[in-house]
Design a protein around this ligand. Structure first.
Ligand SMILES: CC(=O)N[C@H]1[C@@H](OP(=O)(O)OP(=O)(O)OC[C@H]2O[C@@H](n3ccc(=O)[nH]c3=O)[C@H](O)[C@@H]2O)O[C@H](CO)[C@@H](O)[C@@H]1O
Ligand SMILES: C=C(OP(=O)(O)O)C(=O)O
Length: 430
C-alpha cells in the first residue's frame, strides 16, 4: 500500500483508542536483552518500526513468541550474536538501543549506525560519550558502531544536550555496570520514565527518571518481568489535533492526560474545548480558531513530534502564528507540500511564519517523514475535495491502523496502491 486517498470536509466525531507508545516500546524491547529470563511486553503497538526491531532481536538468536497482536514474550537467553546489521535496521532510529542493552549484558555490541526520520543530522555522540565514560571502547567501523568493554563501571555524566535516546541507552548499559552512574541533564520524557520503570521491574535500581538527574546503582543481574507499555503521547496528540482541524468532537481514550498537557494547553489557546477525564480527553473543535505561537522543547515542553500537526491547525486559524523548531534543524520539509494545498507558510531558519487561511484544497502531496505525513493526512481531511498522500510507508512506521481509526471517526479515507483504486474511491465518495 503506497498512498492514502481521502475526501475532506467531514468533522471527525466519536471515540478513538490509543495504542502503546512506539518510542517507549522500542527501548523496552531492546531492554529485554539485559536478562536471560523471559520478558513479556503488553500494549505493544503493531507498527513497522516495532516489527523491524523485533526481527533484529530475533536475528541475534532470541526467541520471540507473539502472544497476540499487542503482546510478545521475548526469550533472550538464547542470544548468540552481538552483531546486528541488515538493511531494515539501518532505517530505524531505535537500533541504537541494542548498543546499550548488548553492551550492558554482553560487554560487546556491533550495530549498524541508526537511521530514523530524515529531520536533521541526528548525531549519537552523547550515546557514545556515555558508553565511553562507563569504560567501553567505542569506534565507528564500516558503518557500524562497535562497542567493547572488559568492565563497565559507574560514572558521573553531564549530557551536553537533552537526549531521549542517549538517556535511555546509558540507563540500560549502567544498569549492569559496577557501582553508581549519575546522568545529569537527562531527558524527562514519559517514555524515559516508562523504560526506567520496566528496568526496575527487571531488578535494576534506577531513581530520578522524570527529573533531570537520574541515578543508576548497578546490579549484578536482572530478571524477567511482565510489563505493559504506556499510551502513545504523540498518537493521542495527533487525534486531538484531528478534532481541532476538522472542527469535530473526538474523545481520545486510553491516554495519560498529564502527558498531554502541553498539547491540551495549545488547543485551549486556539479556542478548542478540552475536557480531561482519568484516562481520556475530549477535544471539541470550534468554527473559528485563534492563532498562537509555539516552540518545540524537551518534555514537559511542546513535543517536536507534534510540530507538523499543530502547524496544520495554525494554518486554519485566524491571524499569524510562529512555530519555532528548536530540536531538529530540518523538520519543515512538509511546508512546500502544505502550501500546495493552499496554506501560506514561510520558513526562515528554524521558524515557520504561518498566515492563517480560510480553507485548504485537496492536492497530491508526498509524506516526507512520519509526523509530517500524518499532518498532511489531517490537512487532507479538512481540505475541499480529494487529497492523495504518497509514501504512507513513513506513516506506517509509527501509527497503527491510522486510516482505520480515522474512518471510525467518520473520515472518508482509504489505503490504495494504484490509480484505478483512486478512481473507484472518487466515484464512490464523489
Ligand atoms: C525512537 C525515538 O524515541 N525517537 C524520538 C527521540 O529521537 P532521538 O533519541 O534521536 O532524539 P534526541 O532526544 O536524542 O535528540 C534531541 C536533540 O539532541 C541532539 N543529539 C542527540 C543525541 C546525541 O548524541 N547528540 C545530539 O546532538 C539531536 O540532534 C537533537 O537535536 O526523541 C526525539 C525528541 O523528542 C523524538 O523526536 C523522536 O521521535
Ligand atoms: C522522529 C520520530 O521517530 P524516529 O526518531 O524513530 O525517527 C517520531 O517518532 O516522530
Amino acid at each position: 500500500m503506497e498512498q492514502y486517498i481521502m475526501k475532506g470536509g467531514n468533522p471527525l466525531v466519536g471515540e478513538v483508542m490509543i495504542g502503546g507508545a512506539k518510542n517507549a516500546a522500542l527501548g523496552i524491547l531492546a531492554a529485554s536483552i539485559l536478562t536471560d529470563d523471559p520478558v513479556t511486553i503488553d500494549n505493544l503497538p503493531d507498527v513497522r518500526d516495532i516489527n523491524v526491531l523485533l526481527e533484529a532481536i530475533a536475528e541475534t538468536g532470541a526467541v520471540i513468541d507473539r502472544v497476540d497482536r499487542h503482546k510478545v514474550t521475548l526469550h533472550t537467553g538464547s542470544v548468540k550474536s552481538t552483531v546486528v546489521d541488515n538493511s531494515y535496521i539501518k532505517r530505524i532510529r531505535a537500533s541504537y538501543y541494542l548498543l546499550g542493552s548488548m553492551l550492558g549484558r554482553y560487554r560487546h555490541a556491533e550495530v549498524a549506525l541508526p537511521g530514523g526520520c530524515n529531520i536533521g543530522s541526528r548525531p549519537i555522540d552523547q550515546h557514545l560519550k556515555g558508553f565511553r565514560a562507563l569504560g567501553a571502547e567505542v569506534e565507528i567501523r564500516n558503518g557500524m558502531v562497535v562497542a567493547d568493554a572488559e568492565h563497565l563501571r559507574g560514572a558521573h555524566l553531564y549530557m551536553d544536550v537533552v537526549s531521549v535516546g542517549a538517556t535511555i541507552n546509558i540507563m540500560m548499559a549502567a544498569s549492569l555496570a559496577e557501582g553508581r552512574t549519575i546522568i545529569e541533564n537527562a531527558a524527562k520524557e514519559p517514555h524515559v520514565v516508562d523504560v526506567a520503570n520496566l528496568l526496575n521491574s527487571m531488578g535494576a535500581d534506577i531513581k530520578g527518571a522524570g527529573t533531570d538527574v537520574i541515578r543508576v546503582n548497578g546490579v549484578p543481574r536482572m530478571h524477567g518481568t511482565e510489563y505493559s507499555i504506556i499510551p502513545d503521547q504523540i498518537e493521542a496528540g495527533t487525534f486531538m489535533f484531528a478534532a481541532a482541524i476538522t472542527k469535530g468532537d473526538v474523545t481520545v481514550k486510553n491516554v495519560i492526560p498529564k502527558h498531554l498537557e502541553s498539547i491540551t494547553s495549545k488547543l485551549r489557546e486556539m479556542g478548542c474545548e478540552v475536557v480531561e477525564f482519568d484516562d481520556a480527553v475530549r477535544v471539541v473543535g470550534k468554527p473559528v480558531l485563534h492563532h498562537t505561537h509555539v516552540k518545540t522543547l524537551p518534555y514537559p515542553g511542546f513535543p517536536t513530534d507534534m510540530q507538523p500537526q499543530i502547524s496544520v491547525a495554525l494554518t486554519l486559524c485566524q491571524g499569524t502564528s510562529m512555530v519555532t523548531e528548536s530540536i531538529f534543524e530540518n523538520r519543515f520539509k512538509y511546508v512546500d507540500e502544505l502550501n500546495r494545498m493552499g496554506s501560506s507558510i514561510k520558513v526562515e531558519g528554524n521558524v515557520a511564519v504561518i498566515e492563517g487561511v480560510k480553507s485548504l484544497t485537496g492536492a497530491q502531496v508526498t509524506a516526507p517523514d512520519l509526523r509530517a505525513g500524518a499532518a498532511l493526512v489531517l490537512a487532507g481531511l479538512a481540505a475541499e475535495g480529494f487529497t492523495l498522500v504518497d509514501d504512507v510507508k513513513y506513516i506506517l512506521r509509527g501509527y497503527e491502523d491510522f486510516a482505520g481509526k480515522l474512518r471510525g471517526l467518520g473520515a472518508e479515507i482509504e489505503e490504495i496502491d494504484n490509480e484505478r483504486d483512486a478512481l473507484k474511491f472518487q466515484l464512490k465518495t464523489g
